[in-house]
Design a protein around this ligand. Structure first.
Ligand SMILES: [Zn+2]
Length: 266
């Protein structure tokens, strides 16, 4: 309890001083809005201005047109490697996997807390904070990577989300955070291509980009879940393929064909 020693008429400043501090009641006790460690009970993310706000997206500046043949790229999105592009790969950020673990732990803790208890409130806040952190990082990562791709490619051919390996145990665990981020990545990339006038086409997920030999067109490459582990293979035509490089070539070729045929947007 805060001591109040007041004599004589109240000046306005004195009166103000007697009013409870924000978050405290008349006796100076902490109210329900404040917990012992100063953490807010409302999720912090509500108060942070989102970069996705319209103000964060000024009109698109013109980007120089690039040589189509030289810079167009196929993109294969996946689990072990985030994205395979022409001549480079984007590694999966370790961040997602790490936060996934933290989230699981926090959610387990939350489920053990008694309803209506203050521990439950704290656990809820912890879960909300992790979700917010993941969302922020994911947004940054996607923003950064899609910007780079659009800057250096005149056309982008994206394999429509193949859920390679999603049936496996490993895949299932990765699904919640990682898979959602792949969908967001694909949408952001498509939007950016439209915005900056880059060519864009989606290649059907059943297109055998991995199994097809980019040299002779026969379909005898690695298949299914076992195929996920195959890094390189030799076609009967004699061509030796890096699995990812071969897939990108096939996606690029197919995307280019679709775009030329004007069927890409369907
Ligand atoms: Zn071949």
């Amino acid at each position: 309890m805060r001591p109040h020693f007041v004599s004589g008429p109240l000046s306005s400043t004195r009166a103000a001083r007697l009013l409870p501090l924000p978050g405290r009641d008349q006796d100076g006790r902490r109210g329900p809005e404040e917990t012992g460690n100063g953490a807010r009970t409302t999720p912090a993310r509500k108060r942070v201005p989102r970069p996705s706000h319209p103000a964060a997206h000024p009109p698109a500046p013109a980007v120089p047109e690039l040589n189509w043949e030289e810079t167009e790229t196929g993109i294969d999105l996946g689990l072990s490697t985030y994205a395979v592009l022409r001549g480079r790969k984007i590694a999966s950020p370790k961040f997602f996997r790490r936060q996934e673990k933290k989230l699981k732990r926090a959610q387990r803790k939350l489920s053990r807390c008694e309803k209506g208890s203050s521990n439950r409130r704290k656990a809820k806040l912890a879960v909300a904070k992790i979700h917010a952190r993941i969302a922020d990082k994911r947004r940054d990562f996607i923003e950064q990577e899609t910007t780079r791709i659009v800057r250096e490619s005149q056309a982008v051919y994206l394999e429509d989300l193949n859920v390679k390996g999603m049936g496996s145990k490993k895949g299932k665990r990765a699904k919640s955070v990682h898979d959602r981020s792949l969908g967001m990545f694909a949408r952001a990339l498509e939007a950016k291509c439209a915005r900056y006038g880059r060519g864009f086409a989606k290649v059907d997920r059943f297109f055998p980009s991995t199994q097809m030999c980019s040299a002779c067109g026969s379909i005898e490459g690695p298949k299914g879940l076992e195929g996920l582990r195959v890094r390189s293979w030799t076609c009967s035509c004699g061509a030796v393929h890096d699995r990812d490089v071969n897939a990108e070539i096939n996606i690029r070729r197919e995307g280019k064909r679709l775009l030329a045929a004007g069927r890409a947007e369907r």
